[in-house]
Ligand binder design. Structure first.
Ligand SMILES: [Zn+2]
Length: 80
């Protein structure tokens, strides 16, 4: 357990360093087709963004519209 924790910590440090800051935030979104909730990682350094993702369960693509402030997600909207 201790070893696993250390590996994870080191990985996060590397990731943060690479990005210059901790700008990536995990947000829970819900699939508009099957209703399954799952997490996506959002880069909050971009104030307004939209992207298409595939549901982890039913694999159907849908559009996600996100409003951000640096380090914080203000709103997440899911569109088909
Ligand atoms: Zn789905």
């Amino acid at each position: 357990m201790q070893i696993d924790w250390n590996v994870k910590t080191n990985w996060q440090k590397i990731k943060s360093h690479k990005l210059g800051n901790r700008m990536e935030v995990s947000e829970s979104i819900q699939c508009p087709f099957c209703g399954q909730s799952f997490e996506v990682t959002i880069d909050t350094s971009v104030a307004s963004q939209r992207f298409t993702t595939d549901c982890e369960v039913c694999c159907r693509p849908f559009e996600v519209v996100v409003e951000c402030e640096p380090g914080e997600v203000l709103s997440v909207e899911v569109r088909t």
